[in-house]
Design a protein around this ligand. Sequence first.
Ligand code: ADP
Length: 713
Amino acid sequence: MRDKHFVPGFTPRSGTYTVKKKQDGRFSRHNMVNEILSEMACSPAGALLGSVTSQISAIHLTQEGQETSSSSSASPLEEFLVVDRQHAGQHCDMQVDGEEELLDDLETLCSDDDDSSSINDTMASASVTSLTLHSGIEESVGEEDLQERPALVPSLFPLIPPTLYFGTAEEKVNLLPAEQMKLLKWKMSTITPKIVKATLARSNFKVTQTGDDWLGFWGHCMKTCGFKTVRKYQKVNHYPGIFQIGRKDRLCRNLSRMRARCGRQEFNFFPRSFILPQDIKQLRKAWEDSSPRQKWIIKPPASARGEGIQVVYKWSQVPRKRALLVQEYLQKPYLINGSKFDLRIYVYVTSYDPLRIYIFTDGLVRFASCKYSSSVKTLHNRFIHLTNFSVNKHNCGYKANGDSQGCQEHKWALKALWRYLGSKGINTSLLWEKIKDIVIKTIIASEPYVNSLLKMNVSSNYSCHELLGFDIILDEKLKPWLLEVNVSPSLNSSTGLDVSVKGQMVRDLLNLAGFLLPQKEDMAAPSSAHRGNKEKSKPDVSANEKDKQVFYLTQRSTDQDILPTVLDVLTPGDIRVLAQSEDEMNRRGQFERIFPSPVSSRYLRFFECRRYFNILLDQWEQKYWANRTKGISLLTALCQSGAHQGTGDLSPMWNKNRMMSTVQPHTHRQEHRQVNCPCDEDSDSHWEVTLDPSPNASPGLGSSSSSISCASP
Ligand code: ADP
């Protein structure tokens, strides 16, 4: 029995992992590349997976946020894949037909995979070197010049398993012993980006088309029930419920909710928006109250790549009945060389509970290909008002930089933008801080939905991770505004610049993800879909650990006497979570961790549900961020003694009375909060508290007397 924070591939008391290097001629990365090539030949990029229509009709919601499907819950993963995005030029709105609510978590949305005619597509029949070169990272390097790297990255801590290593184009990742090589299987999807495939190829993964003993999958988001088929040693690149921020209308609703709960000041980074047809009256009023020169931008709620987007200024231009998002148009954007631009920021969430968010330190800057004008006569010109690559590439004047240094053409590296703005005396560090603030708050807005669905549908927190593309625009005062969050941001690479930014990002991401080699018993265990809900594994949390969690969840979040004591006695579960977090930090590459961080305590009040491990990690960061070595030494000693496995002398019991005797009695006031049991009897390894900081909190979300299941959408 394991808790959600259990590390798959690692059995308590199983001893140290030995990382042996053994060359085995049967497995070479050529195997993988050949399979990729044949797969590419069979499945042209952008091929549709199938129609979603029949699947939509098969979905019924038994209660809000919980869906059942008429398809067998034990179906293979592929069956759960929902519609692929449409081909370029085709309309890709979700068919809602007034039943939008029912499709809440169906999660059918176009990816912004916009540059489908990239140079990579021309490489389907090329050699190994070409595939690596074109989907990968740097210039071609001869086999003999490759630097050898071990296939596994050891943990910082004893008795914790290593993770798989993903190398650059200049590296050759050593082969594992034959038994372990057999485990390196990846489930391919027709939309797995080539840059991902090439990175996997370098780590000696093989493609599996049919088997379900794969370790990783990179494709479209599944219907929520599809997550039940994922085994605890497998990782898929999405979270259930992520479309609560990944669809424009849901993002708007959730940020409005956060604004109402936590204050306009804190959530004032999303342009004022209205969802039609529901909000037509409010839009009318806002329209009448605003300046006659105000322009509005109309967006289909579940589209991408600029499709269906229009800038309007007359009320008669607003469609009344169609599902749409109408948003205030930011008509004074910050311009460079007279052109409008937006930023593509890559954000990676390795875990929702505890929440761990990373931001890639590079990104892309996309320029409109015609000089900006706010005259109404230009509003129809998409090359002026939209910055999407997929729109502007059709302008014959469009030019992208070939490398990451340039700042002349229509696509720059984010780092080039920082250099440019820095040269104008702009405080780019402050700007970056504001962008990080937007990212953290937006992810927190999705947190109750994602965690609730994770608990109901996913047997291990290990199984989900997600790369998101945040689109940010700067206004003339350099205030960043969030335009949208892309689930499945484009990883296609049409230029050297794309290859350099995205190649590095994907490699760092896969290392950060921490792929583990599964243990035999993990592979033998059935998925929760096969087990059925009743038999879902119970969390392995001792009564003592539960007592500790409940105690800290019921303290005032401002109580600076009590909260730091959470680190005084670390339970086995605490140690595992802290060690995992430190290991992750150590593998971050060019990602920066933005949550938890030394300042993350300021964000804890935005959470609708307090979560114990967020408190623990927050306190850990405050205590050890300036001296990580000290924290790592402490965890090393604990792991060495087996304390993370619940064995050894260094695993003392947490004791409330002993803890209370160490703090000033008058400072300890227990807050009267409802402590909820986990949302259902088999759901979680720890406890949580539902908070309701505002009297205006929306019913059903954050109401303090309801259980965690009420925090579901
Ligand atoms: P899509 O998912 O189709 O790319 P976006 O919301 O990102 O939709 O909008 C497309 C483009 O339109 C953006 O890249 C940006 O250039 C422009 N845009 C979107 N919203 C606004 C806005 N509120 N004000 C100004 N420009 C906007």
